[in-house]
Structure formats: structure tokens, C-alpha cells
Design a protein around this ligand. Structure first.
Ligand code: G3P
Length: 218
């Protein structure tokens, strides 16, 4: 299993439509050229999933799915529709798109049914332990107060990564404020299998340089 760099486009102004496509193409080119053992994944806004997956070879993940089957669910995101749009995986329970934990088992079943790799995001160790018992593919630990900030979780709260790795059996990813190769290498040193990055790339003046800088840490 390769270590992962997941680029979450969220709904940043720079991350949708043609701007998002440009960043996805940049990530795709870097992935093709790098000699690093790392899987680069892009997670664009849901409306751009099909457009992005038609344009890149790297995996594309949706930012969310709902606990629903096909039917009367206005405004929801259906597992089979994101699969058909080209998604290979999905983020679940991001702190900006939380789900009710009692729906998690069903959402994981739906993701597994369609072969969508799943990354369940958690805010703390207690939730990580609960999620761990449901056997997701990955758990991503992201302290919400550090998301979008200048200080990386790896320097501000390394213990949370270390403890989550120790107390769970699921491969752990981490994110929040990650922007440098130093942050990445620290994350790996603490036992993380990769990082989730949003603002450090999407809001960067030069996403290409930012992605290459992060790759140096793998
Ligand atoms: O999903 C990753 C994200 O929440 C981290 O955001 O802006 O701190 O890299 P950011």
C-alpha cells in the first residue's frame, strides 16, 4: 500500500471548474513524473467529479456520500452515481460535512458495495476508536481547530497522530495545516500513511510548487 497525498479541493474559489481542472492536471502530471512511492489523489467538488475523472489518470475521490439508496432524496449524494461519474473513493464524515455516526455503518456498506475506497475523517481519538471497529479503509485524523490554518497538526498536536496510530488497527492519515515537506515527513514518522491537504495547495499562488514541496517529504 503506497502512502497517500490526498488533495481536497473543498469548495474553494480556486478549486472548481476550469481552475480545479488545472490543479487536477498539475497533480496528474506530477504523479506521472515522480519517482516517489506515493499515491496522489484529488478530491474535487462533486459537480466536477466526472469532468475531472475524464481528464486525469490519478484516482478521484468524492468529498461525501449520504446513507441513501436510489430514490426520493433531493440534494443527496448517492454512492452509485459518484462511482459512475468516475470516483474511485470517498471521504466520509469530514468535519465540514459531518454525518450521524449511527449512519456510518450503512455508508461504509454502500461505499464497499461499489468498490469505493473510503477514508473516514475523525476529530479525536475517541471517535477514531469507534470508527476503527467498523473496518474502514483509512481513518483520517484532523483536529478541526487547525484546519485551514498555518500550523500543521504534525507540529501543533503530534500526540493525537501518534495515539491514534497506536490505539487503532486501521491505516491512519492526518491533515490540518499541512503545507511543507517537513510536515509530511513528520506525519510519516508518527506512523501516518499519508496526508490530506487543502488550503496549502488549492489556495497556493503556485499549486505545482506546493505539491512538489509536499512530495519531498514522502
Ligand atoms: O481534508 C483536508 C483538510 O480538511 C485539511 O485542510 O486547509 O488545513 O489543509 P487544510
Amino acid at each position: 500500500m503506497k502512502n497517500k497525498l490526498l488533495i481536497n479541493f473543498k469548495n474553494y474559489a480556486q478549486g472548481y471548474g476550469s481552475s480545479g481542472k488545472k490543479i487536477a492536471n498539475t497533480a496528474d502530471n506530477i504523479a506521472r513524473e515522480t519517482d516517489k512511492e506515493v499515491e496522489i489523489v484529488v478530491s474535487p467538488p462533486t459537480a466536477d467529479l466526472r469532468m475531472i475523472s475524464n481528464n486525469v489518470n490519478i484516482p478521484v475521490y468524492c468529498q461525501h456520500i449520504d446513507p441513501i439508496d436510489p430514490g426520493s432524496h433531493t440534494g443527496s449524494t448517492l454512492a452509485e452515481s459518484i462511482k459512475e461519474a468516475g470516483a474511485e473513493g470517498v471521504l466520509i464524515n469530514h468535519s465540514e460535512k459531518e454525518i450521524k455516526l449511527n449512519n456510518l455503518e450503512y455508508i461504509l456498506d454502500r461505499a464497499n458495495e461499489f468498490g469505493l475506497e473510503n477514508i473516514v475523517c475523525v476529530n479525536n481519538l475517541r471517535t477514531a476508536k469507534v470508527v476503527d471497529s467498523l473496518d474502514p479503509d483509512y481513518i483520517a485524523i484532523e483536529p478541526p481547530e487547525l484546519i485551514g490554518g498555518d500550523t500543521s497538526v504534525t507540529s501543533s498536536d503530534p500526540e493525537i497522530i501518534e495515539k491514534t496510530v497506536k490505539k487503532t488497527k486501521t491505516p491512519i492519515l492526518c491533515g490540518a495545516g499541512v503545507s511543507s515537506s517537513k510536515d509530511v515527513s513528520k506525519a510519516l514518522e508518527l506512523g501516518s500513511r499519508g496526508v490530506l491537504v487543502a488550503s496549502g495547495i488549492i489556495k497556493s499562488k503556485n499549486p505545482e510548487i506546493s505539491i512538489k514541496e509536499l512530495l519531498k517529504g514522502f
